[in-house]
Design a protein around this ligand. Structure first.
Ligand code: SF4
Length: 440
């Protein structure tokens, strides 16, 4: 049986009950425990590697007993807790332009205003900045600024962009060489722990199990009704594997339980669980491109489930690893598979590859169309989105729509505008269906 919990939130009056599956609760606990580990560093003496979600080398980081701290995840937490707005303003006061990615500004503003983690305790300073460069130039600039502040060791793994839409052997060799000759020696130096490849293999065995279960869960949305929401709901599903837990037994267990939970929903013919309980009838099936808005996350999601719209899959749910086309970490070739993982990150794919991926999704998930949430301050996702939209419409014959918001800057979430656009889009889908003589 699926276990659900009602949690009373007290963010703003009136208090509302939020319905959570057991896995969602577990995910929250895991994240909270990770933040406690980070903020307990002054007592434990653990060392910290700051790194980013796309292209993260979590299994390798764990081989050196380092804790990972992910600045985008901190910005997301601050967005969900609605404190990012003041951090963004603080960063702008310090001279960072309005156009800069708001994850960066939220992070820098947070540091300027006490650098507190969600548990209210101070974040530790990083011992090493591990930049795995997978297509977003902002990552590099972001770490340059952090390096100025902390003056700590910095290691960059340069991952060549898939400009031609494929990974060549040269590209693989180039990344492997850097991992062996730069990244590992640097992490050994910082941590004082000698690299042990068998330990890396061991972690990867766990990664593979979690990746299998995650893919099973995400692909369950091919069913009608979909038992999950592959965008808003998927945020909870990707949390552990995209952050500090890929390669741990805890993550393996989380995904095993999650898979059971979703299979149960499937057997019972249920749709996704939303913050207000079971979703009603599934009326629209969408594919979404672009990250969500975090400062109004629940309000945004509600605009979908109130209309019976379920996101069957999204590119955002692949941002920390594209696993649904078959890639798995490989314990027999651990360093090579880290290279392959980084090269295959969504942010490292060229536009034709992204278009192919979305068209495939529309077909395989029997979606009614594509919705693009264009993020004002995220160039990595936003560049070329109009071209993606037109090309996907042309190839699939399905209607596409475009809305705009931002990551963690509440000034750029216009609820009325987005709601209007969504309502017209759902109308358009209905008309298309009627015109095609479909019965729904
Ligand atoms: S991918 Fe977008 S959101 Fe992420 S760091 Fe780059 S610009 Fe910011």
């Amino acid at each position: 049986m699926t276990t659900q919990t009602k949690i009373v939130t007290s963010r703003a009056a009136p208090a509302k009950e939020v319905i959570k599956d057991a896995s969602m609760k577990k995910q929250k606990e895991m994240m909270a425990a990770h933040y406690d580990r980070l903020t307990n560093v002054p007592e434990t003496g653990d060392k910290v590697a700051a790194t980013f979600v796309p292209g993260n080398l979590n299994e390798l980081i764990m081989c050196f007993d380092l804790l990972n701290n992910l600045p985008e995840v901190n910005a997301i937490q601050n967005g969900l807790r609605r404190v990012s707005g003041s951090f963004v303003l603080e960063a702008e006061k310090l001279g960072h332009s309005e156009d800069v990615c708001t994850y960066v500004k939220s992070d820098l503003g947070m540091m300027a205003k006490g650098n507190l983690a969600p548990n209210g305790k101070k974040f530790p300073n990083p011992d090493v900045l591990l930049l795995s460069y997978t297509g977003c130039f902002t990552f590099m600039k972001w770490f340059e600024l952090i390096r100025q502040k902390y003056n700590c060791e910095t290691t960059m793994l340069h991952v060549p962009y898939q400009g031609d839409g494929k990974i060549s052997q040269n590209m693989r060799d180039y990344v492997v060489k850097q991992i062996k000759e730069n990244v590992i020696p640097s992490l050994e130096r910082v941590s004082g722990v000698k690299f042990d490849i068998d330990r890396l293999r061991q972690y990867m065995k766990e990664s593979v199990k979690a990746e299998e279960d995650l893919v099973h869960v995400l692909q369950s949305a091919k069913n009608r009704p979909s038992p999950i929401d592959g965008y808003f709901g998927a945020v909870y599903y990707i949390g552990p594997i995209f952050t500090a837990f890929r390669g741990t037994r805890e993550a393996t267990e989380f995904y095993r339980v999650l898979r059971q939970e979703i299979d149960q929903r499937l057997r019972e013919g249920k749709g996704p669980i939303t913050p207000e309980g079971e979703m009603g009838e599934e009326k629209y099936r969408l594919v979404v491109e672009g990250p969500p808005n975090w400062t109004s996350f629940r309000e945004f999601w509600k605009m979908f489930y109130d209309e019976g719209a379920v996101v069957v899959t999204s590119t955002y749910a692949k941002v920390g690893g594209v696993y649904d086309f078959g890639f798995r970490h490989d314990p027999d070739h651990p360093i090579e598979s880290l290279a392959e993982y980084c090269l295959g990150c969504y942010t490292n794919l060229n536009l034709p590859q992204r278009i192919d991926m979305i068209c495939k999704y529309i077909d395989e998930y029997q979606a009614d169309g594509l919705l693009i949430n264009s993020i004002k301050s995220c160039n990595s996702f936003s560049a070329g989105q109009l071209l993606i939209l037109r090309e996907v419409e042309k190839r699939t014959g399905k209607p596409a729509a475009f809305i705009e918001s931002d990551l963690v800057d509440p000034r750029y979430f216009s609820a009325a505008n987005i709601k209007n656009r969504l309502e017209s889009y759902f109308q358009m889908i209905k008309q298309k269906r009627t015109a095609a003589g479909a019965v729904h």
